[in-house]
Design a protein around this ligand. Structure first.
Ligand code: NAP
Length: 298
């Protein structure tokens, strides 16, 4: 298994599943597809994909079965009835879910003699198979190594750990970072719009370069969180930042722009200050979020 001729089955042909199947086809593999709404296989069939009439036929066609549907509940509904046919094959589940859902799916697969890798896709469908895409995988290392070449069709494969929940945890952490950035972006653009500045010009000329420059500081902040020491290399004291945050709040209020996205941040900073950490760096607010005692990589 794992050579470049391994046939692949893709179950789920939504926006993402169709992109995954297309990338396997582009890699020159035999690709069998199944989707609840059969018409979504038309374009792929025109490119050479084999349509399966049932999920059972789909999984029987390949040793490697990639599933990408809406959520883990759908994965259970679709794969549960064909556990017998899946025995001895490998399921790579690229459906978004929680670490606990991934562990439950891995335990189910183990019970039925099915190899299981859980995955998290760090790309949007048009990015699949392009150099910027990467996909996190967790589960047995030997399964990852065996299918690495096939999976590289989708994006750079990144092994997250043996705990089946590791990929989901890291996926959700990356999405958390993304939503933090997007929250700041919509807030900033609402503020400039309120003052009559064009959001597109502002974003292109100023916000994107600014965020890029700030992103360069992320490893430094990560180092502070890893060590729990927020006193080293401080260039922007929390007390100074808290004063600036108040100005941000007042400017939004003056412009008639809601501060509801910013309010939780203001509360955390105020708590950290009240606990006497004004001379430390901003990432110290992480100490108020808990979760500091976990073992890396489990
Ligand atoms: N799109 C993205 O940007 C992106 C990025 C990263 C990760 N993902 C993840 O990829 C997964 C799929 O996303 P998507 O964008 O492809 O979503 P989507 O376009 O909404 O497709 C959903 C898929 O799930 C199937 N499905 C839903 N309910 C079902 C049921 N009860 N029984 C059988 N099949 C069912 C749909 O089948 P029908 O066609 O019959 O409705 C379709 O194949 C999600 O977990 C998502 O979080 C997506």
């Amino acid at each position: 298994m794992g050579d470049n001729r391994t046939p692949v089955t893709v179950i789920g042909l939504g926006d993402m599943g169709a992109a995954l199947a297309g990338a396997f086809l582009a890699q020159g593999r035999q690709v069998t597809v199944w989707n609840r709404t059969a018409a979504k296989a038309d374009a792929l069939a025109a490119r050479g994909a084999l349509r399966a009439g049932t999920v059972g036929d789909a999984v029987a066609a390949s040793p490697l079965v990639v599933v990408c549907v809406l959520d883990h509940g759908v994965v259970e509904d679709v794969l549960g009835p064909v556990s017998g046919a899946l025995a001895g094959r490998t399921v790579v589940n690229l459906t978004n879910g929680t670490p606990e859902q991934a562990r439950k799916a891995a335990a189910w697969a183990d019970e039925h003699g099915i190899g299981y890798l859980d995955g998290g896709i760090m790309a949007v469908p048009p990015g699949i198979g392009t150099p910027g895409a990467f996909i996190l995988y967790s589960g047995p290392r030997e399964l990852f190594d065996a299918h690495r070449e096939a999976l590289s069709a989708l994006g750079r494969p990144e092994y997250a750990g043996t705990d089946p929940g590791a990929a989901a945890l890291q996926d959700l952490a990356l999405l958390t970072g993304m939503y933090g950035m997007l929250s700041g972006v919509v807030q900033a653009l609402a503020l400039v719009r309120s003052a009559g500045f064009g959001p597109v010009d502002f974003a292109t000329a100023k916000l994107v370069p600014w965020l890029g420059a700030m992103a360069a500081a992320v490893p430094h902040y990560a180092g502070q969180i890893e060590s729990g020491d927020y006193t080293q290399g401080v260039v922007s004291r929390l007390a100074m930042q808290a004063a600036g945050l108040e100005n941000i709040f007042r400017a939004h209020e003056d412009q008639g722009v809601s501060t509801e996205l910013l309010a939780p941040l203001r509360a955390l900073v105020a708590r950290r200050l009240a606990e006497g950490h004004g001379a430390e760096d901003f990432p110290g607010v992480a100490e108020l979020l808990g979760g500091g005692g976990a073992t890396a990589g489990r």
